[in-house]
Write a protein that binds this ligand. Structure first.
Ligand code: SAM
Length: 324
């Protein structure tokens, strides 16, 4: 039996399934002032502007109802790869006009897209998978549209980083999404150095061929922290491997490059795994300089700490010649 004390037949009709929905007190339309329909929800005309739409990261069932509505109603869909987005649309029987917007044409086509937004068109922006702008195209378009005061909204949904964070078993309260690390080792180590002292869980996107080397560098630069490698999330071969960074690096070095798409989640520093402080590094260098050449002392401490040899060489040089 329903608990509604109001117009139950209207409530039943609104719910559509014979269920009774209690009317919310003081929220009904006032006779003198018509209520504006919500601008961003199904059942109403799609508002003009740029709609940033998240799409599945593997499992097509992860698309939201609102995303489908926007994709169905938009004047056109800006997408990275028309074949990839075409597959999603075909799965849901959506016919749409697709227009490529990707790293290679974005600067060239952006002015025309902004002109369409100025004319009041409804445009959806998607990427191949997950949330646009998150290691995907879209940032400059959103920035330029906002700068002109054009309407921009988001239909949020899947992102591999958040799915990996939730499954990692690592602290989610403070986290930093660092995207892709540079492919070359020296640049990668330098980038990792910037996050070393941050009291946060770190999230990285990584390719299979570089995974073992990246994990080893993380262990060296960040310290041997708890971590998780999340692979093929939401897909048939989803796998989360958890452990210390050094153990994960050893596993993937021995097993070879895994298949598929990967997120690496690294827990915050703790007392056990914290990398040596600057004072400790200088102490080790000074001790090594007492018995080794400058070059060998830097190499030894580089091996012990995972820090770049060149940086340690410079440090050792300064220790040898204070004031230089
Ligand atoms: N915009 C996307 C998002 O919101 O997650 C990310 C796009 S980025 C170009 C692609 C990278 O995301 C992949 O190389 C991988 O690191 C990660 N990724 C995407 N899908 C994934 C999945 N199903 N499982 C694990 N990682 C995934």
């Amino acid at each position: 039996m329903g608990r509604s004390g109001g117009n139950t037949s209207a409530a039943r009709a609104a719910s559509g399934k014979g269920l009774v929905v209690a009317p919310e007190p003081n929220r009904g339309p006032s006779p003198s002032k018509p209520v504006e329909p919500p601008r961003w929800s199904p059942g109403h005309p799609l508002a003009p502007g740029l709609h940033v739409v998240a799409t599945p990261i593997g499992n097509l069932g992860d698309v939201t109802l609102r995303a489908l509505w926007v994709l169905r109603e938009a004047d056109r869909i800006l997408c990275e790869d028309t074949r990839v987005t075409g597959r999603l649309l075909a799965r849901y029987g959506i016919e749409a006009t697709l227009e490529p917007y990707h790293d290679h044409n974005a600067d060239r086509v952006r002015p025309a897209i902004l002109a369409r937004l100025r004319r009041g068109e409804t445009l959806a922006l998607v990427s191949d998978a997950g949330t646009p702008l998150v290691s995907d195209p879209g940032y400059r378009l959103v920035r330029d549209a906002l700068a002109e005061g054009l309407p921009v909204t988001a239909a949020p949904g899947p992102s591999a980083a958040i799915a990996a964070l939730t499954l990692s078993g690592l602290p989610p309260d403070v986290f930093l999404f660092a995207g892709f690390l540079p492919p070359r080792q020296a640049a990668r180590r330098k980038a990792l150095g910037a996050w070393r002292d941050l009291a946060a869980t770190l999230l990285f996107y990584e390719g299979p061929s570089r995974l073992a080397a990246a994990l080893a560098d993380m262990a060296g630069i960040l310290g041997d922290r708890d971590a998780a490698v999340a692979r093929e999330l939401t897909k048939l071969h989803e796998e989360i491997r958890r452990g210390r960074l050094s153990a994960l690096a050893a596993h993937f070095r021995e097993a070879g490059a895994p298949r598929g798409e990967i997120v690496v989640v690294v827990g915050p520093p703790d007392a056990e795994t914290a990398p040596p402080s600057e004072t400790e590094i200088d102490r080790r260098l000074a001790e090594a300089l007492g018995r080794l050449s400058l070059r060998d002392a830097a190499a030894l401490v580089a091996e012990e700490t995972g820090l770049p040899r060149r940086e340690l060489y410079r440090r050792a040089l300064a220790l040898q010649k204070p004031g230089t």
